[in-house]
Design a protein around this ligand. Structure first.
Ligand code: GLY
Ligand code: MN
Ligand code: MN
Length: 435
């Protein structure tokens, strides 16, 4: 992502904030995994969206209209000894030169400098409740200023939800964001195809996970957008199964839900197929039903339709199919009304996708489902899961878990399926798995 993109975003946000405002946004903290070991660091998405700054221990401050500097970054100082162990730091010079901050201060000076900036402003734009430690510091700074009110210091009078503005911006993907998301999708698509070709009876779920991650790294993405879900047989019926520690058997279905993160943007793909590469009749029947539901849902992704239209289409197709297969009983309308599909299709058909896999953005506006508009990115992922012991359901359907998930972007005419390179028709899957 080019620096000009981050600059454009800051400018847009500052235009919405107006003069007399200050935005304060800390990045994510470093998290300890155990003792001296940290989790791999990932900056906060909102912070990175505005800065492109990848280091921990940093706080963004925006003060639109301020003469000396509008964009101020508090970040770590250069430190040759620490840098010897952990790698280079931008320092104050790098923050201005490389990341285009108008001014930069050591993060340790925040307590001294930020309250002085706050007292000049009437409105604070801030995300409350995400970082309790920082929330506490902010309220202390505000109290400090209030204590000085007798000496004529005015200070801020309003705290405004920064996330409301930022998340609305993040919901509409720009051309450069779509370029990155296409690349994330392409990489994950290649990795899914590799896994499909490596799947065979006796393989361990973690071996397939390893194949996925290896191919993503090989293609230029080292991060996963979320821990891969690789489940065979009954494990495919656990929606967020991440143990990935069982051996796949010939007659089972395998479900793999995995997606890389590329340049801080997520992809999110699920495919389901028989471990031995040939669908049995019950597996094929359920699979074709989920696929038909996904086709029907994708058909509904276009401007003018609302957020829930794809889900409604998937529910309708799935319910009709379940009745036809004898898995549920009743008329279509009554079964939909009574949500008889729900024990087998318990989740929704998708979510926004972007820097976060479950990306930000409201799904409803003023109490009504949001209209789809060009630039919005989402997943379409209907599923069917029939665990052992499902009451009133013939045994031949048990332990089949199927989800088919693609990433789509709303265009002027309809939608673009970013993840179309991963096979999903029955004949395609059987042919890829036979090679
Ligand atoms: N991979 C998580 C999801 O599909 O929502
Ligand atoms: Mn998803
Ligand atoms: Mn997924």
């Amino acid at each position: 992502m080019q620096m000009s993109e981050f600059k454009r975003r800051r400018r847009e946000l500052m235009r919405m904030m107006g003069p007399g405002s200050i935005a304060i946004l800390p990045t994510a903290p470093l998290l300890i995994r155990n003792r001296d070991v940290h989790f791999p660091y990932r900056p906060d998405s909102d912070f990175f969206y505005l800065t492109g700054f990848p280091e921990p221990e940093a706080v963004l401050v925006l003060i639109p209209g301020r003469k000396q500097a509008e964009y101020i970054l508090f970040n770590r100082e250069s430190d040759p000894v620490k840098e010897l162990w952990d790698g280079a730091r931008a320092g104050q010079e790098g923050a201005c030169e490389k990341y285009a901050a108008d001014d930069s201060f050591p993060i340790g000076d925040l307590n001294d400098i930020l309250p002085r900036m706050l007292e000049q402003c009437e409105r604070i734009f801030y995300v409350m409740g995400c970082n309790p430690k920082f929330d506490k510091r902010l309220s202390e700074w505000i109290n400090e200023i209030r204590c000085e009110s007798r000496s004529g210091v005015q200070g801020p009078v309003e705290i405004i939800a920064l996330d409301h503005y930022l998340h609305e911006m993040r919901l509409y993907k720009s051309r450069s964001e779509l370029k990155v998301m296409r690349q994330a999708a392409r990489i994950s698509a290649k990795a899914h195809k590799k896994v499909m070709q490596s799947c065979k009876p006796g393989v361990w779920e973690y071996q397939l996970e390893a194949e996925f991650v290896r191919e993503c790294s090989h293609q230029g993405s080292r991060a996963q957008a979320y821990p891969p879900i690789v489940g065979a047989g009954a494990n495919a019926c656990t929606l967020h199964y991440i143990d990935n520690n069982c051996q796949a058997q010939a007659k089972q279905m395998l479900l793999i839900d995995a997606g890389c993160e590329y340049d801080y943007y997520a992809s999110d793909i699920t495919r389901s197929y028989p471990v031995n590469g040939r669908f049995s009749e019950p597996q094929r029947q359920l699979y074709e039903l989920v696929l038909a539901a996904q086709d029907a849902a994708i058909e509904k992704v276009k401007p003018g339709n609302h957020w829930n239209d794809p889900h409604d289409a998937a529910v309708r197709t799935i319910t009709r199919g379940l009745i036809k297969l004898g898995i549920i009983k009743g008329t279509l309308a009554k079964s939909i009304r009574e949500e008889k599909y729900k024990p087998f299709f318990p989740h929704r058909t998708g979510h926004w996708l972007g820097m976060d896999v479950h990306d930000v953005g409201d799904y409803k506006v003023d109490g009504a489902w949001r209209m789809l508009e060009p630039g919005m990115a989402l997943t379409i992922e209907p599923g069917l899961y029939i665990p052992t012991g499902s009451k009133g359901v013939a045994k031949k359907w048990w332990n089949i878990g199927i989800r088919i998930e693609d990433d789509v972007v709303v265009t002027k005419e309809g939608c673009e399926v970013l993840t179309k390179d991963v096979p999903k028709r029955v004949a395609e899957i059987e042919s890829v798995m036979a090679t």
